[in-house]
Design a protein around this ligand. Structure first.
Ligand code: NAD
Ligand code: DAU
Length: 334
């Protein structure tokens, strides 16, 4: 099977490529990645000789067309993915997440290629901390940030291409991923690498915001489950019952790294900061038989911390510039 993985040099995409090569020996993998600040060949270290890596933009039809024509399946991870960046400058989010998805959909339609769309729980907006409900496939769309609005728009494009043109597509909307090779701008890698360089972790606002954590390998196994068994036109929510407040995550990172669990700073909150995400993944579990392999967040987090400890060469080059960017908008609160 020829698999075209867009964004395959980023966090989730590179782990997807590795997992695919591990579990599907017959797969021929092509990665299409623009190599933005978030993508690097280093994320594919050790597997580059088994992958065709094409540097290019998903919004460039001339690049996309022949690659899609040659594929049996397209798995579309490529995106601008960070909420804070979308607040500073939304324009690349509109281009990559909307125009990029449109460009791939048109190519997949022309060549009748199976398409899977990687999306996020953020399209559903947020929940109150004490709301007994969680997101399901029937929750109405209500995105908050330019990032989540651009992802919501891309989901709608996919759904329209299924209904209007009969595109053979599925969608999955996943909660917060953690694991190796996640950029140091994101919450967990930022705190882990702060501790490693002797800085204090940084918590936005009161830190009571809740995210629903899932290990990246569990997410990627869910993607293959949907590719293998999902029904065309359907959306599947992916989550591993991993709700935890940001404050508790920081305390756990500090504890696992042998530090005082209170040794962090409160910093300026994110504008429009979503309060809580929570996924009810019953459809994926019951209809398709998926379940997560990582039994506890603590176990997965400890393994992730170890990865950052032993791969400083991977994260160090981005650390200083990332913190310099944060320093423009974030102050430590008294
Ligand atoms: P990431 O930022 O780590 O990686 C994105 C990759 O896309 C990078 O390699 C980047 O170079 C590439 N890219 C960006 N613009 C491109 C363009 N125009 N053309 C080609 N490649 C381009 O992101 P991630 O965290 O791995 O997220 C991957 C996907 O999963 C995204 O669609 C995101 O919305 C979705 N998602 C992420 C999470 C999460 O917790 N990280 C959760 C649910 C869904
Ligand atoms: O829910 C899925 C989404 O999860 C994905 O669609 C996004 O691509 C991914 O980036 C992630 O979005 P979040 O905004 O939830 O992730 P982030 O890592 O930026 O932040 C997680 C939480 O931690 C959030 O409540 C903000 C907070 N935070 C973040 C940073 C970077 C802090 O308290 N301190 C920080 O330094």
């Amino acid at each position: 099977m020829k698999v075209l993985v867009t964004g395959g040099a980023g966090f989730i995409g590179s782990n997807f490529v590795r997992r695919t090569l591990e579990t599907r020996p017959g797969a021929e993998v092509t990665v299409l990645d623009a190599m933005t600040y978030a993508g690097s060949a280093g994320s594919l270290d050790g597997v580059l000789d088994r992958v065709r890596l094409v540097e290019g933009d998903v919004a460039d039809a001339a690049v996309v067309e022949p690659l899609v024509a040659d594929a049996d399946v397209v798995v579309h991870f490529a995106a601008e993915s960070h909420n804070d960046n979308s607040l500073a400058d939304p324009s690349p989010f509109v281009r990559t997440n909307l125009v990029g998805t449109f460009t791939l959909l048109e190519a997949a339609r022309r060549h009748d290629v199976r398409y899977h769309h990687i999306s996020t729980d953020e399209v559903y907006g947020d929940l109150e901390l004490d709301d007994p409900k969680r997101f399901t496939e029937d929750t109405p769309y209500a995105p908050s940030s330019p990032y989540s609005a651009s992802k919501a728009g891309s989901d709608h494009l996919v759904r329209a291409w299924v209904r209007s043109f009969g595109l053979r597509a599925t969608l999955s909307n996943c909660s917060n991923n953690y694991g190796p090779r996640q950029h140091v701008e994101k919450f967990i890698p930022r705190q882990v690498t702060n501790v490693l360089v002797g800085e204090r972790p940084k918590l936005y606002g009161d830190g009571l915001n809740v995210r629903d954590w899932i290990h990246v390998d569990d997410h990627n196994d869910a993607v293959w489950t949907v590719l293998d068994h999902g029904r065309i036109g359907e959306t599947y929510l992916v989550g591993a019952d991993g709700e935890m407040s940001n404050r508790d995550v920081i305390a756990l990172v500090l504890e696992l790294m042998g530090e005082d669990p209170d040794a962090y700073d409160h910093v300026t909150d994110r504008a429009g900061h979503d309060r809580r995400y929570a996924i009810e993944a019953g459809k994926l579990r019951q209809e398709l038989g998926w379940c997560p392999r990582y039994e506890t967040f603590r176990e997965g987090l400890a393994a992730t911390i170890d990865w950052y400890r032993t791969h400083e060469d991977w994260w160090r080059p981005a650390k200083e510039a990332t913190e310099a960017k944060y320093a423009l908008t974030q102050q430590v609160l008294a």
